[in-house]
Design a protein around this ligand. Structure first.
Ligand code: C2E
Ligand code: MG
Ligand code: MG
Ligand code: MG
Length: 286
């Protein structure tokens, strides 16, 4: 139909909207079977010291590769799992797998690197998630310093008292607790003083724009300053080039994470890195 009047485009919109709902519904159904079908895995992205280039920490990132199709991005399926409630089962799977892997690495003699897992909003809305996390650590013979967590500021400010109590308990045991995507939420800085956290991860959008935008640089500098004054570790995420890295080093960020150093990769490739078989990080030289 060539002539698309107001009604035509409304119908088109409704049709597209309907198709999208159907697609999401099918995706959710497939995701529900993904655990049993062993389609999930964890990739790990190293965070390196901005000064020495040494690998200090690994962020665990969930991957879904359906047997019958191309990989689906977590940016798509995590929000879907949040809406459907499946996030609790997925989250438990991530916890279990990260602990299993870390215990295996510890047993193999890799004693240095921590793993951080991501916890999202609805996951944390279930009050016993942190107790289950602690139980998971214990089950695998791991200590507080072996696995940390990342939460966004929006998750922190909406957390109920039982979760905050749980976070405080973990904090006092020495668990690393990082605020993810820092600077993108709608919270005030004063919340930093109320929440038991050990690290701030400056959002990728600031890092991306810093070389050309004085405002982004100013926000980053202020974040590093306040972070350090509060005794927090400061991580810059999404570092993709030399120019960004130079700025980040000048700002004295502690850790950097990004494609410029390493992409998220399967456990096997991480092992090769940890044993020193490969050192392909450009940021390491000089
Ligand atoms: P996030 O926690 O902020 O994770 C960082 C994301 O940035 C990852 O995307 C990572 O691959 C990507 N990234 C890292 N370095 C660079 C870079 O230099 N440039 C660019 N453009 N991107 C970079 P990914 O793996 O697609 O994950 C997206 C989001 O999905 C995560 O953002 C997190 O919010 C969520 N997610 C991933 N795994 C889990 C999980 O196990 N549980 C929960 N609850 N959420 C997860
Ligand atoms: Mg994260
Ligand atoms: Mg992040
Ligand atoms: Mg993010």
């Amino acid at each position: 139909r060539a002539k698309l009047d107001g009604r035509g485009s409304l119908q088109l919109f409704q049709q597209t909207f309907h198709d999208e709902l159907v697609r999401q519904h099918r995706l959710a159904e497939r995701l529900e079977r993904a655990i049993d079908k062993r389609e999930l895995s964890l990739h790990y992205q190293p965070q390196v010291s901005a000064v020495s280039g040494r690998i200090e920490n690994l962020e665990a990132l969930l991957r879904w590769t359906p047997a019958d199709g191309p990989p689906v991005s977590p940016a798509e399926f995590i929000p879907l799992a949040e809406r459907s409630g499946l996030i609790h089962r997925l989250g438990d799977w991530v916890m279990e797998e990260a602990c299993r892997q870390q215990a295996a690495w510890r047993a193999a003699g890799f004693t240095e690197s921590r793993i951080d897992i991501n916890l999202s909003g609805r996951q944390v809305s279930r009050a016993d998630v942190l107790e289950r996390f602690e139980a998971c650590l214990a089950r695998h013979g791991l200590g507080a310093r072996d696995i940390g967590i990342e939460l966004t500021e929006n998750v922190l400010i909406t957390a109920d008292s039982r979760i905050l109590e749980g976070l405080r308990r973990l904090y006092h045991r020495g668990v690393r607790i990082a605020i993810d995507d820092f600077g993108t939420g709608y919270s005030s800085l004063s919340y930093l003083k109320h929440f038991p956290v050990t690290a701030i991860k400056i959002d990728r959008t600031f890092v991306r724009d810093a070389p050309g935008q004085p405002e982004d640089r100013a926000i980053m500098e202020a974040t590093v300053f306040i972070g350090h004054r509060l005794g927090l570790e400061v991580v810059a995420e999404g570092v993709e080039n030399e120019e960004q890295l130079t700025l980040i080093r000048e700002m004295h960020c502690d850790l950097v994470q990004g494609y410029y150093f390493f992409r998220p990769m399967p456990a096997f490739d991480i092992e090769r890195l940890l044993v020193g078989l490969v050192t392909t990080s450009p940021g390491l030289s000089g």
